[in-house]
Ligand binder design. Structure first.
Ligand code: ADP
Length: 164
C-alpha cells in the first residue's frame, strides 16, 4: 500500500527549509500532500492562491506531490484525504513547545492520526518564512533561502508595494 503523509503549514512563502523537509519526507513516504492553510490569523504576504501556485510551480514535474488548501481542523482534512500521518518540521528548540501542544491536541481529536517530526539540515535550522519576508522587504538577498521562483515572486511583490 502506498503511504501518504500530509505536510501542513502557511508556506508564506515556501522556503528551502520546507523543501528540505519534503525531500526528507520521501525517505519514508510515497506521496506527500502539501496542505496550505487558508485563513491564517495573521495577514499573509501572499494570497492562498499565490502560495499554492508557487508550490505547484516548483513541483510541476513531481506526481507524488499534491498541493491542496484546507481550512478548519487539520485532523478532519487528514482523514478526508485518507491519510494517517502529519509531517512537521522541527527547527531550533523554539518550535518544540508549540509543536508538542499541537501534536497532542491533534491526537486528542483523532487518536489514529500520528505526527511525524523531522529535523531540517542545520543550514536551514534558523530559516523561517517570516524571516524571508522581512529580509526581502528590506531589500536583502533571499536567493539562498528560497527556490528561484519564490525569489522572483517576492521581488515582484515588493516592487508592486513600493510603487503604491
Ligand atoms: P506555520 O508557521 O503556520 O506552522 P509554516 O509554513 O511556517 O507554518 O511551516 C510549516 C511547517 O514547516 C512547520 O512544521 C514548520 O515547523 C516547518 N518549517 C518551516 N520552516 C522550516 C525550516 N526552515 N526547517 C524545518 N522545518 C520548517
Amino acid at each position: 500500500m502506498e503511504s501518504r503523509a500530509i505536510y501542513p503549514g502557511s508556506f508564506d512563502p515556501i522556503t528551502y527549509g520546507h523543501v528540505d523537509i519534503i525531500e526528507r519526507g520521501f525517505q519514508v513516504f510515497d506521496e506527500i500532500i502539501i496542505a496550505v492553510l487558508e485563513n491564517p490569523k495573521k495577514e499573509p504576504l501572499f494570497s492562498t492562491k499565490e502560495r499554492v501556485a508557487m508550490i505547484r510551480g516548483i513541483y510541476a514535474d513531481r506526481d507524488n506531490i499534491k498541493v491542496m488548501t484546507f481550512k478548519g481542523l487539520l485532523v478532519d482534512f487528514v482523514q478526508a484525504q485518507k491519510a494517517r500521518v502529519v509531517i512537521r518540521g522541527l527547527r531550533a528548540i523554539s518550535d518544540f513547545e508549540y509543536e508538542l501542544q499541537m501534536a497532542l491536541m491533534n491526537r486528542n481529536l483523532a487518536p489514529d492520526v500520528e505526527t511525524f517530526f523531522m529535523m531540517p539540515s542545520v543550514k536551514y535550522s534558523f530559516l523561517s518564512s517570516n524571516l524571508v519576508r522581512e529580509v526581502a522587504l528590506l531589500g536583502g538577498s533571499v536567493t539562498e533561502l528560497v527556490p528561484e521562483l519564490v525569489a522572483r515572486r517576492l521581488s515582484q511583490k515588493i516592487k508592486r508595494s513600493t510603487r503604491r
